[in-house]
Design a protein around this ligand. Sequence first.
Ligand SMILES: CSC[C@H]1O[C@H](OP(=O)(O)O)[C@H](O)[C@@H]1O
Length: 350
Amino acid sequence: MTDIPGYDTIRWDNDQVVLIDQRRLPEEEIYLSCTDYREVVDAIRTLAIRGAPAIGVAAAMAAALGALRFPHTDIDGFRRHFRDVCQVIGTARPTAVNLTWALERMMSLVAANVHPDSSALKTRLVAEAKAILQEDIAINRQIGVLGQELIHDGDTVLTHCNAGGLATGGYGTAVGVIRAAWEAGKKIHVLVDETRPILQGARLTAWEMMKLGIPHTLITDNAAAALMANGKVNVIVVGADRIAANGDAANKIGTYGVAVVAQYHRIPFYVAAPRSTFDFTLSDGSQIPIEERDPEEVTHIRGRRIAPEGCRALNLAFDVTPHGLISGIITEKSVCRPPLPQSVSALRQA
Ligand SMILES: CSC[C@H]1O[C@H](OP(=O)(O)O)[C@H](O)[C@@H]1O
């Protein structure tokens, strides 16, 4: 079970991957049961499950499903099969590095296997996928422990998109920091950016805030700057999908604008992310692949057209916040402080 009573983001259940369909929230709490890895890939692509750490868990469980579907025991055939399965899963979404990280972790088990028979390996892969889920929850909790020290009693905290239990194994990164501060007894108020076009803030973060009983106010994305200008925001915490070696961080589109305005108004802007979200192979954020999604996600809301027929739309799913705009990156190991290129480099060695 996740850490918020009453729902699971994702779980392994009787050799099926069961996940809450986030496209149906907040009106309906519907679960999808996936018996084939390609169903999980589709769930990731269509944002039935989304959020970098949650995508990593889903990728690992999809790989485990794929392993179980291999009908033979010969190890060479299994290795080829598993490689093909992971290649398909790896195409699900491009920006969140957790997907690649999880697949590499699963593939390393196969590479290290010495048994001539794949039966034991299949069992081991299922156990690894379940372990990745449990580790994510524990890592998120630790991020919360370290991050909540940056939130003070009486603060108004702004967050963008959803980096909560629904975006992770169940506790949350940025929302994990917020809930840890709340659970520490701090009287905070959360400003939730609705986060166009998919409305992860309005549909998912607000839903989580209600479940957690944390005081919050939903705002339109275009209200954030004015609220910062009027002194209504004390601190900002967001998630991340991929962080380069110098601390540049990719997150939901709109995050960069929030960070620029935050610096202008001298408001601390923090990123919360597990170590698995760092991509040390990239020297800076310009190398982070930015997903471009279907323009209909912009021209329609919940399938209802809001722009004229034939109107062109651009749907960039993420943007990159340069490390110079980030006050700190909260990880399970430490809070990386400026100069981030140096502190992130130290994290790499940790
Ligand atoms: C804890 S990572 C959550 C991260 O993922 C979201 O993107 P999407 O909903 O498209 O998967 C957003 O960037 C969040 O900050």
